[in-house]
Design a protein around this ligand. Sequence first.
Ligand code: ZN
Length: 180
Amino acid sequence: MNFCAQCGAKVTLQMPSGDDRMRFVCDDCHTIFYDNPKMVVGTIPVKGNAILLCKRAIEPRREKWTLPAGWLENGETVSACAVRETREEACAEVDDLQPYVLANLPFINQVYFFMRARLLNADFHAGYESLEVQLFSPDLIPWGELAFSAVHETLKLFCDDIRKSEFPFRVLDIKPQQRL
Ligand code: ZN
């Protein structure tokens, strides 16, 4: 960041009084700019025991498989975001959303939030960010072709939970070396 979003003057990195880390602060109007983690919200769309995955049409990780997910927008609830992203990436309709995994990725300043969801019908197809959309039974998930470690960890837990028919909410800490 170089210039103030309020007045256009130069900003400099400073430690505001009472704070414990460096922030960009406007030299002129003294506005403090806080840079905080971003949230990615998605679903695990399920029909029977099969899970809907999307093959990415965009970078990063083009041609790898992922769960439908994307950035939470301002003014949006996580449930609305989950439904919207599932519609955009898989052209799929879901309901009965249940919190399932919150994954911390502090090394890239992101938080992932995945909700279990019931896939309403088989009328899905690739949205503009996907090359293909397909239902996978747990034993056919393309483990070596998954896009993100948070998706990998979430699917691993989910496949275990399918066997137990119990789906407790979990908080995961993803490590940098788990990045695929
Ligand atoms: Zn300013």
